[in-house]
Design a protein around this ligand. Structure first.
Ligand SMILES: [Zn+2]
Length: 284
């Protein structure tokens, strides 16, 4: 029997956990780095997985500039213009191809990865043939090729990629697709970590991130602790009575702008709280 690790992480008496994370963080970096119009649009005005499911995978080329409104919460989204619908399962497929496609995962590998999870809800499987169709549809809606080409050019010139936070990495892999994949994932993944943890962009000079949450909201108090940090999320343990007072300050410190390609944007932050990590409730 599998028991989730999260269900074992529980706050001590009179304490509570506050978890916060950057929402779709890597997609934001990909969208603005590649200057991909549809992806930016989806992140700014909608839910990216629903947008992908509706506009790229299941209802593409209908001539309708779909917008997806909630019809049944968490179950069905509908376009008020053409009345087509996106179901929860379609959104799941959208999510899987969003995660697979930005960093050059091929359709065959995507099918493998998705089918590996088919023993869990929503028990979805895909054939290689279907996966190729989904993958092609994804790439005709989101055009990342110019960004990818740019990465190959940079590798060819210097073998290095430098992120928007000024972090440079040299790549030693043999020339080819595996190298390109690694280099493509590098900036979004590295930047999300730096942004979350509190690195300061020189042109903006705005402090924030987990570093400031720690310095301002945790360190001065004996009974506040950071108990987890993982890539784009963290968990604090604080006295139950004062927890709600921290929601806004946390949001304020975590939601700071970032500039890529001279364009400023802010990755949204989700905050949750609860006594047990597996049973957290979203803060409005
Ligand atoms: Zn429509």
């Amino acid at each position: 029997m599998k028991i989730s690790i999260r269900s074992m992480i529980q706050a001590p008496p009179n304490k509570v956990l506050i978890a916060f994370d950057l929402s779709q963080a890597e997609s934001w970096i990909v969208a603005f780095r590649s200057n991909e119009r549809n992806m930016k649009q989806a992140l700014l005005y909608g839910d990216i997985h629903t947008e992908t499911a509706g506009n790229a995978l299941f209802h593409a080329n209908t001539g309708c500039p779909h917008t997806w409104n909630i019809k049944i919460k968490g179950e069905i989204w509908a376009c008020p213009l053409c009345e087509l619908e996106v179901t929860k399962l379609m959104r799941y497929v959208g999510k899987r191809y969003n995660h697979a496609s930005a960093y050059r995962m091929g359709a065959e590998r995507a099918a493998q990865v998705i089918n590996k999870d088919s023993d869990k809800p929503p028990y979805f499987t895909v054939t290689v043939k279907q996966s190729k169709v989904f993958s092609e549809s994804w790439h005709s809606y989101y055009n990342l090729k110019p960004w990818w080409y740019n990465i190959e050019e940079q590798l060819n010139r210097t073998r290095t990629i430098t992120t928007v936070y000024g972090r440079t990495r040299m790549f030693f892999k043999q020339w080819g697709n595996e190298l390109f994949k690694e280099a493509t994932a590098y900036e979004p993944q590295s930047t999300v970590g730096d942004h979350f943890n509190g690195m300061v962009q020189p042109d903006l000079n705005i402090k924030g991130g987990l570093r400031e949450v720690y310095l301002q909201l945790v360190k001065p108090y004996d009974d506040h602790r950071v108990i987890n940090q993982s890539h784009d999320s963290a968990i604090l343990e604080v006295p139950k009575s004062i927890a709600p007072d921290l929601f806004d300050p946390i949001k304020k410190l975590m939601m700071r702008p970032l500039v890529i390609n001279n364009e400023e944007f802010t990755i949204p932050v989700d905050v949750e709280w609860g006594e047990r990590w597996s049973e957290m409730e979203k803060v409005a």
